[in-house]
Design a protein around this ligand. Sequence first.
Ligand code: UT7
Length: 368
Amino acid sequence: MRGKQANKQAMKQGSELAGLESQPIETSDEASLVSKGCFSTSVRPVRVAGLGAYVPEKVLTNADLEQMVDTTDEWIVTRTGIRERRIAAENEAASDLSLAAARRALEKAGVSPSSLDMIIVATVTGDMPFPATASIVQHALGAERAGAFDLSAGCTGFIYALAVGSSMVGVGVCDTVLVVGVDVLSKITNWKDRSTCVLFGDGAGAAVLKPGGEHSRFLAFDLGSDGGGADLLKIPAGGSRKPITVEAVQAGEQYIQMCGSEVFKFAVRIIVQATQSVLAKCGLKTTDIDAFVAHQANIRIIESAVARLGLPPEKVVVNVDRYGNTSSASIPIALEEAEREGKIRPGDLVVVVGFGAGLSWGAAALYW
Ligand code: UT7
């Protein structure tokens, strides 16, 4: 049994298993089944239909940090490329930043919240451990038809969320998916630890995914993980391994801890590897890339990887100087800015690469 017949049979069995009264399927047309959220027998192209970004108003400069910890503007700029970062207000949480970015992305895509089928929020700093920040965003947007869930893959979260969202649209389970990358790292940063507090900033970026076409579509993803590096970048307390206790708080274990030099070496290696791998999957070369966006953690990481890939600087998007490392938000914020400034145009081959806690990594190649 194949094609439409199998689809009809599967739907019938599904409703019987769910204890529903078996109803005759009114149409045998696959396009119509897919429009109702049924799996397609083929994969359709998927594109980014609109981007939005939001960063909080408050700017924290390197000069400000000089007043807080034993550091200098010179050390921060030469070691990281960061000059300033944005910091959320006390009453601003991940869902607030997400909402602002999401509204801009929906407007850009010309999509109303009520058309959304799914909302995926990639974050490690959700409003609360549960419920999902995506559900809070769904309600605030008025996206009454949408499902919602959060996804945790450290700074790689946005790439993983793109892979999941585009797959859902590709197979026809959803028509329109909102993907948000958001982090409010300032709330989990130890502001007394100079080795980490100079690095991070807050922000959100969002993308609306819809069926695409030949010249505007995702081509391939390369996703990976090495949990052997889980201890290199983590928050020790607050989970089921070590619940929050007074002792844990006194030891500062509710904050980010990182072995910076190890993560640095991993990052350079993995950006090169993931980029080459995702291009090989679609039969393309680094010389075909029109725009390259890597996770904005450190200018030296980006420059080392880009030099190994042989990419010219004019194809490389950089904004780490103004926002620092915004984790899941860094790639969509950089993409939005690059598109707005005309550095990414329709039909361009764009490669995005993320890396971070897990350790995790992910790359995507797409025609814009
Ligand atoms: O989102 C993904 C996760 N994060 C990353 O991708 C970050 C990856 N790692 C990095 O970007 C870099 O490793 C850092 C920027 C974190 C550190 O740069 P580094 O060149 O690897 O420096 P280091 O950790 O080897 O430290 C060099 C020195 C040390 O002093 P000693 O031991 O040589 O006397 C540190 O104590 O710099 C000192 N140091 C600082 N000095 C002034 C560390 N932080 C600071 C600071 N200001 N803020």
